[in-house]
Design a protein around this ligand. Structure first.
Ligand code: C2O
Ligand code: CU
Ligand code: CU
Length: 576
């Protein structure tokens, strides 16, 4: 207790001297967005130069402004020396445009997906998603916000002047080493960055302010609240506005999760308050809480000595300044038309069990963690969902730490957490949900609409990026069972085999085991969906045929055999 109090004093003492004006990311408007991922440097600490990555800048990236219904093209150029990807977190887009681990952008190349914005007005974000490199690329600075607007949101009297009364806040904690370089895998994330600003302050007018909050930390939960303990109103969650504002004085967001809040500063002109994380109130078993029973003593190296764990700390100093003309002065009574999906409409229930790969008290806290006993495998489609099905996903957490679970493609509605229906703030459209530790359960429901692709998968994973990189991820394809029976064959077709796989030479044997003689086109398709090799083949049942695929680069490919009776798919790894 005494130590905690001292730490608290110390923190308040240091962080209260906020000295850097909060950076507000630039905005970009479409329909064509040019995003350049490049290396840079930033002087976070006087006298030190930190190596960073950023999008169109040295750290983080611009806020992309889009509207529901827009057709957009993203030109993403990879100017770093490492392969990467860029994922539109929360946007409902075709799997090939999703920017997951299969959609790699090689150094020096540009990836240009086009898609329609189908989501509701809310805060979304983008970040890299290369398997085993996500934490590194995000930690160094590749991430940015996406504002989606729509007619429903336009019709409400909400603050929407960017940077004035509508403030984007990307909250991250980071570990810097002695040379003030980013440490990627570490529990020493003692520095708080808001929009890439250390010790940030901002002047906000004495009126109703809208804060768009993103927890972009690698592992840490943030428990938002104000130092004067005033109430605020949650108006939005991950995928849209709520039906009505929810009055709160604490709001916890876990990694990947977003919320929009309104805070009324009209009585505070000339005063200073702090946006804080009340980590002392975070429940046991969540990264960021006090070291308590569920976490176990001293098991995550560096956890107990990290002054942020279990202590209340400042995120942003707010100096309240004079009101602006046309200020919003009231909290609206009602917001959006939210239509949760009833549990009775589900076609299918699917189970997901989180556990450490190897059982044990330490691994149960630090991992590596797996889903349904499977570590992520690029070549393995874990689940096949039928287009337009409504599914209930039941998540059970057998480990001692909570995991923020995230699903790509569509939004979901939480049915219950440990058997209890969600609070009003959690009742809207979501794409991240925290699954409590020690046999905690979550059930949610989602409808898999619009996009099917028999080859390119969507991901689901823990959004603690270290857990994700360590294999706590799976992938699902959405298949359209109405277009051609053989589309269902997906990537593991029993009738059609290729070998050796991986192939080192460029000579590939194919074999058809199905019922009839097959002929058709044999295509090798790269992860961007481009056919890099195409040849007409005829193969008799049970016979092998050797195909020389020429000078194809090493990588992961989809093999497509297109025949008069359907399509057959396999995955191929080509190695040098
Ligand atoms: Cu925010 Cu699969 O990611
Ligand atoms: Cu995502
Ligand atoms: Cu996790």
């Amino acid at each position: 207790m005494k130590t905690r109090f001292l730490i608290l004093l110390l923190l308040t003492g240091t962080l209260a001297k906020a000295q850097n004006l909060l950076l507000i990311p630039d905005t970009l408007n479409g329909p064509v967005f040019n995003l350049n991922i490049a290396a840079g440097t930033r002087g976070f600490y006087p006298g030190f130069t930190t190596n960073t990555l950023g999008v169109n800048g040295d750290y983080l990236g611009p806020t992309l402004m889009v509207r529901n219904g827009d057709f957009v093209t993203m030109n993403v150029t990879n100017s770093i020396s490492d392969t990467t990807t860029l994922h539109w977190h929360g946007l409902h887009v075709p799997a090939q445009a999703d920017g997951g681990p299969h959609i790699t952008i090689l150094p020096g190349t540009t990836w240009s997906p086009s898609f329609q914005i189908k989501d509701k007005a809310a805060l979304y974000w983008y970040h890299p998603h290369l398997h085993m490199k996500t934490a590194e690329h995000v930690t160094k600075g590749v991430a940015g916000l996406i504002y989606v607007r729509d007619n429903e949101e336009d019709s409400l009297a909400l603050p929407r002047t960017y940077g004035i009364d509508d403030i984007p806040l990307v909250v991250q904690t980071r570990a810097f080493n002695a040379a003030k370089q980013f440490e990627v895998v570490s529990a020493l994330d003692t520095a708080v960055l808001v929009n890439g600003t250390l010790n940030a302050y901002v002047g906000l007018p004495a009126q109703v302010i809208r804060l768009r909050l993103l927890n972009a930390a690698t592992e840490r939960a943030i428990n938002f609240g104000f130092s004067n303990n005033q109430n605020f109103y949650q108006i939005g969650s991950d995928g849209g506005l709520l039906s009505a504002p929810v009055s709160l004085n604490r709001l916890m967001l876990v990694p990947g999760e977003r919320a929009e809040i309104l805070v009324d500063l009209s009585a505070l002109n000339g005063q200073t308050i702090y946006l804080m994380s009340y980590a002392s109130q975070i429940a046991s078993g969540i990264y960021g809480a006090t070291n308590t029973q569920a976490m176990g003593p001293n098991i995550i190296t560096g956890y107990t000595s990290n002054p942020l764990n279990g202590s209340n700390f400042n995120l942003l100093q707010i100096n309240v300044i004079a009101q602006t003309p046309g200020a919003i002065s009231a909290i609206p009574a009602a917001l959006a038309n939210v239509q949760p999906i009833p549990a009775s409409s589900a076609n299918k229930t699917r189970d997901f069990m989180f556990s450490p790969l190897v059982m044990g008290p330490t691994s149960s806290l630090i991992g590596p963690f797996v889903i349904n006993m499977m570590s992520f495998d690029m070549m393995m489609i874990n689940d096949t969902v039928k287009l337009n099905d409504t599914e209930i996903w039941q998540l059970t957490n057998q480990s001692r730490i909570s995991h923020p679970f995230h699903m790509h493609d569509v939004h979901f509605y939480i049915l219950d957490i440990n058997g209890v229906p969600p609070s009003p703030g959690m009742s809207g459209r979501k794409d991240v949900v925290l699954v409590p530790p020690q046999m905690g359960t979550v059930r949610f429901i989602a409808k898999f609409e619009d996009y099917a692709d028999p080859v390119f998968p969507y991901m689901y994973h823990c959004h603690m990026l270290t857990h994700e990189d360590d294999g706590m991820m799976g992938q699902f394809i959405v298949v359209d069972s109405t277009t051609g029976v053989n589309e269902l064959a997906s990537s593991l077709d029993q009738n059609f085999s290729i070998f050796p796989n991986p192939v080192f030479s460029r000579k590939l044997n194919i074999k058809w085991n199905g019922a009839a003689i097959k002929y058709g086109s044999f295509a090798v398709i790269d992860m961007k969906g481009q056919e890099v090799f195409l040849k007409f083949v005829d193969i008799t049942q049970g016979k092998e045929k050797q195909i020389d695929i020429g000078n194809i680069a090493a990588g992961i490919y989809t093999i497509r055999l297109k025949t008069p009776s359907g399509y057959y798919y396999q995955k191929l790894i080509v190695m040098d």
